[in-house]
Design a protein around this ligand. Sequence first.
Ligand SMILES: [Zn+2]
Length: 305
Amino acid sequence: MEKFEVNILGCGAAIPIGRHMTTSQLVNVHDKLFMVDCGEGTQTQIWKSGIKLTNMDNIFISHAHGDHFFGLVPLLSSLNLMLGRTKDINVFVPEDLKDILMLMLKELCHIPFNVNINTFMGNSNQKIYEDEEMEIETIPLKHGIPCCGFLFREKPKKRVLLPKKCLSYDIPKRDFKLIKSGYDYILPDGTLISNKELTAPSEFIPRSYAYCSDTAYNPSMVSQLKDVHLLYHETTFLANDKNQAINAFHSTTHQAANIAKRANARKLIIGHYSIRYDDEQQFEQEVKSIFPNAEACNEGMVFSV
Ligand SMILES: [Zn+2]
């Protein structure tokens, strides 16, 4: 099975206190790395993790709160200094962050490669990335400012060639590539053999990962998250502090678990803990009381999708 995993670089809210760093994750899809949010100190976390960033060409920022992007400009600046990067990089941000970021990049650092800044709307579901193996779309969230999560989805695999069936028609092996690409086959006597007869559906089940950073309880996103394999949902507050969660446009443990349950997620991971709490055990217990297959994130953890 190809790699699809989530590396937790930071999972705390607001400020990088000793126990937790601010939010950042590296999502590895088939050995391509995608950074999701980049709080202060993210590059320190990367060096600690030992992950090489040579295959990271895309960075996604959920919203313009500092604990989700204050590490971005220093990281971009270091990519050349530390790794000698000269290749362009793509950064995806909500519209309201574009000018701030461009100003910081222009005034504060010299970066000898292009930083392509792409924007998305903070309140809509848009496909923002696609390659031959996967795609990424935004998840509109409910926060005080425009904010989106990101849904990573593998694409279904092509049908699988049936070599014995092909050979039974004396189809030469040099033509197998065409059949694998989806073409029907015409025999020398003009008979057409349909691609469906020469191939079988792949047994591969595409996997998905949903990253829901800062959000108030938002049941409207449940349909988009339906049957997701791995769901990260913030839990800034414990269940008893529901009113504070409402005021701050954040979620409690019970609310995150309810979203996972309603979406029929296979697994839930949680983070973005408020600095007012001392440990994550109670977060995990509260979430598990509603959605048992849940785990509290910590820096350095890696989750398979
Ligand atoms: Zn926020």
